[in-house]
Every structure is written in C-alpha cells, then in structure tokens.
Ligand binder design. Structure first.
Ligand SMILES: NC(=O)c1ccc[n+]([C@@H]2O[C@H](COP(=O)([O-])OP(=O)(O)OC[C@H]3O[C@@H](n4cnc5c(N)ncnc54)[C@H](O)[C@@H]3O)[C@@H](O)[C@H]2O)c1
Length: 261
C-alpha cells in the first residue's frame, strides 16, 4: 500500500497508460480524481475500474477554467491533493512540420504543454500543503526525436524542460517533479498512430524491434515506474526523466543490429 491515504489527480486516466496507472494507484491505496475530456472514455473506464475512492471529472486539460474546476472539485471531495500526474496527451498528426497545420500545431501544444501549465497554476498551492509531487508522462521522442512527428516531439521536449525547471522551482517547497519517458506502448493512441504509417503492415514488427528488450509493451510497465516515482520510495529523486523504453534509446532499430550478428 505505497500510496495509502494519498490523493492523486490523474489526467488522461481513462485509457491506455493512464488507465493502467489508475488501476495500480488505486490498488496501492490511493484515492483518485481521473480527468478526461471524453464522456465515452469515462463511461468505459468506470466499468473497468473499482467504484470506490475514484472520482471521474469530464474536463479538458487545455482549458484553464476546466482545470480550475477539476482541482477545486478534487479538494472539495477528498480534502487535499498529494500528486498531480500530467498524463493526458495527444500525438496527432503524423506529419513533417511543414505539413502540420496551425490548428494541429496549436492543439498539440495546448494539450501536451499548456495542460501542464494549467494543472500547475491551479494545483501548486495544494501540493505545497502536502509537500506532494508532480509526474509527467513524457516520451523518449522528446529526447531523440521522431520521423514525421516533429510537432509532437517538440511538445515532449518542452515537457522534459519543464520537468527540470519545475523541479528546481518547487524543491524549496519539498515538491518533487519527475517524468517517465516511454518509447512505444500499445494503447489506443499507438494503435491510431500505427494505422497512419506509410507501411502499417510491418509496423507491429517494427515496434517490437525498436525496443532492445525485443517487444512493445502494454501500459502496465509504465504504471509500475510511475508508482515508484510518485511514492515516498522516490523521496530523494527529482528532475528525473526516467526512460521506460526497454532500452530503445540504446539500440534504436534493433533489426539493424541483428543483421550484423
Ligand atoms: N502510447 C505510446 O506509445 C506512448 C509513448 C510515449 C509517450 N506516450 C504518452 O503517454 C501519455 C498517454 O498516452 P496513451 O498512449 O495512453 O494515450 P491514449 O490516447 O490511449 O489515452 C489518452 C488519455 O488522455 C485523455 N485526454 C486526451 N486529450 C485530453 C484533454 N485535452 N483533456 C483531458 N484528457 C485528455 C484521453 O481521454 C485518454 O484518457 C501521453 O502523454 C502520450 O504522449 C505514449
């Protein structure tokens, strides 16, 4: 029960990586506010998750008023916030930068980057009271880049910079700020992405091969790392961007290495 008596504000907790985090945080004793901007995914997640100690809030992380309301609702219901996990994110479109429309560019930054600004603006005073912590779901592409995903990669580069800068700004308050950086994870987001690729038939094989450990995982591997980072087990870790990537950054395109063996 690593998270007994902890209240976690989790954005994007209705699907994919966030849903696995919600499951694990709850099993570890946490009370949860789960934020999503689609009612359908909230209804489905409600069926998949336990019905006690979880509050679902339909809100969009990119809208300041929505986050102000969601934070206030969480405090009114649970009395405090110990952890803000900024997990909600989008990756569309799969395009080079010159093909990315201004609306697509703005939406990516509004959700993936401004979303963090919004939850921090309205949530930081609560974390000061609990000496809590913040976790971001970043991506390996924020460090190493990605083909036909320049704008998305740029948002995750910004998340990495925010992780370090926020860690410095809030350390005096005893607030830790960390990130996890997955490579590929089978979620609804990745399934959509794989269908958009020029050669979608070989994509599953490709996704297995980019991970040095030889397979593309499900969200549970990321949730295990998140549980550690938001818990007191990680009490002396801040400003850390933890790859949860099966070593993808060590031997990107494992298939090339194999042909040399
Ligand atoms: N799946 C991968 O391969 C992968 C790899 C690296 C990083 N990531 C990152 O992990 C995070 C989760 O990705 P996923 O693959 O689980 O995605 P997903 O699409 O499966 O789930 C995204 C979740 O975020 C919510 N969401 C999306 N936009 C929102 C908004 N504006 N306001 C509130 N909620 C919103 C959705 O309702 C959903 O619950 C993202 O930040 C993503 O960039 C994913």
């Amino acid at each position: 029960m690593l998270l007994k008596n902890k209240v976690i504000f989790l954005t994007g907790g209705t699907e994919g990586i966030g849903l696995e985090c919600a499951r694990l945080y709850h099993a570890a004793g946490a009370q949860l506010s789960i934020i999503s901007n689609t009612e359908k995914s909230i209804v489905e997640a409600r069926e998949r998750l336990p019905d006690n100690d979880i509050r679902f809030i339909n809100a969009d992380v990119s809208i300041a008023a929505d986050m102000q309301r969601a934070i206030a609702e969480t405090v009114a219901h649970f009395g405090k916030i110990d952890v803000i996990h900024n997990n909600a994110g989008i990756s569309n479109p799969s395009k080079a930068i010159h093909e990315t429309t201004e609306d697509e560019w703005n939406r990516l930054f509004d959700v993936n980057v401004k979303g963090i600004y919004n939850t921090t603006r309205f949530g930081i005073d609560e974390l000061k009271k609990t000496r809590g912590n913040i976790l971001h779901t970043s991506s390996l592409v924020g460090d190493i880049g990605q083909e036909i995903h320049a704008a998305y990669s740029a948002t995750k580069g910004a998340v990495n910079a925010l992780t370090k800068s926020m860690a410095l700004d809030y350390a005096n308050f005893g607030i830790r700020v960390n990130a996890v950086a997955p490579a590929g994870v089978w979620t609804p987001m990745l399934r959509t992405w794989s269908k958009q690729q020029p050669d979608s038939t070989t994509i599953e094989n490709y996704l297995d091969q980019i991970h040095a450990l030889g397979y593309c995982p499900e969200g549970d591997v990321v949730a295990d790392a998140c549980l550690f980072l938001v818990s007191d087990q990680a009490r002396f870790i801040t400003g850390c961007i933890l790859p949860v990537s099966g070593g993808a950054e060590l031997g990107y395109r494992r298939v090339i290495n194999q042909s040399n063996q």
